[in-house]
Design a protein around this ligand. Structure first.
Ligand code: NAD
Length: 312
């Protein structure tokens, strides 16, 4: 079994530690907050560090690291890990800068290590189910998608706004479900309660007039996480939280049975399969993750300039 370190056991990283422990791959925990690192390490009976360099020096048998630290630290940490020959899973987004993403991607290629990013919705059973229907053209051609990711969030010390923090999930899901990358981005965003933008609507234009509209905000009281795929012969609506899909095709409405599964468990076991060579490529390539960041950058630029941004 591969030996994996979790770097950053804050709000999200602690879930990585739990799941990797279940998968018997958790080997080390590192957090610059030594108390947090020790607490988590004690829970799982593994070594803890508060410094990544020290961890790399002492843990000579490590195969891979999960980077679950704040977004603006991803690049420096990942660069150091790849340099030491680690396979790296970086939580989303890979970086807030596509230039940094390109550099990481190049470095990973040179060092022949796996580099992937935490676009977890690809592993959501509802998204996987919809993807199969779309690829099989069960309800005709997909020509439009709509995403909603909304709920009130307290003003917190995030290092980025909503686009980099959560809208990226739907940007990635749109590319995954369309099976292609958009050519043009138009966005409107603003802020009401948070230091960076806390509401955004983004329109992604794909080839052949296909379009995705992605709406997200940290303002509205209800928690909504939905997507809908409008096809020529029916509409597939999905709920990310409930992992449910509904299909309306004119004559009937269908609610297929989908088995509930923890997306993080599916995502991390997939990563372990890839680094152990049981699967060839990660479902989320570093190139895909880089493109998501390019789109996020374009959305912010579009909002600033009031113009659509071409990605060609
Ligand atoms: N996939 C998802 O659904 C999902 C959900 C939440 C967060 N995330 C992502 O996970 C990452 C972390 O988010 P979070 O909410 O857990 O943040 P957080 O601030 O709660 O935790 C980050 C942790 O990283 C530690 N840290 C910071 N710099 C470090 C360093 N140089 N070395 C070691 N440890 C360091 C901090 O001490 C902290 O404990 C972000 O990339 C975020 O976008 C993903």
């Amino acid at each position: 079994m591969s030996k994996v370190a979790v770097i950053g056991v804050g709000g999200w990283g602690k879930n990585h530690a739990r799941v990797l422990n279940e998968l018997q791959a958790l080997s080390v925990i590192c957090d610059k907050d030594a108390v947090l690192a020790k607490e988590a390490a004690k829970k799982y009976g593994v070594n803890s560090y508060s410094n990544i360099e020290e961890m790399l020096e002492k843990e000579s048998e490590l195969d891979a690291c999960m980077v679950c630290t704040p977004i603006k630290t991803h690049y420096e940490i990942t660069k150091m890990l790849i340099d030491k020959g680690m396979h790296v899973f970086v939580e989303k987004p890979l970086s807030f800068s596509s230039e940094e993403c390109e550099k990481m991607m190049k470095q990973a290629l040179e060092k022949n290590v796996v580099l992937t990013a935490g676009y977890i919705e690809r592993f959501n059973p509802a998204v996987q189910y919809a993807k199969r229907l779309i690829d099989e053209k069960k309800y005709g051609d997909l020509f439009m998608m709509e995403f909603h990711r909304e709920n009130r969030m307290p003003a917190q010390s995030l290092d980025v706004g909503i686009i980099y923090d959560i809208t990226v999930h739907d940007i990635d899901a749109a590319m995954f479900l369309f099976g292609s990358r958009p050519e043009v981005v138009f966005a409107r965003a603003g802020k009401k309660l948070h230091p960076y933008e806390d509401f955004a609507t983004i329109m992604l234009g794909f080839s052949n007039q296909r379009v995705a509209v992605i709406a997200s905000n940290w303002l509205t009281p209800n928690k909504i996480r939905t997507f809908s795929a409008v096809c020529t012969d029916g509409i597939i609506t999905g709920n990310y939280i409930l992992q449910e899909v509904k299909i309306d095709h004119g004559e009937a409405t269908i609610f297929p049975r989908i088995e509930l599964k923890e997306p993080l468990m599916l995502e991390l076991s997939h990563f372990l399969d890839v680094i152990a060579g049981r699967r060839k490529e990660p479902l989320v390539s570093a190139a895909d993750a880089t493109y998501v960041t390019r789109i996020a950058e374009a959305a912010i630029l579009s909002n600033q300039t009031g113009k659509p941004i071409s990605l060609k």
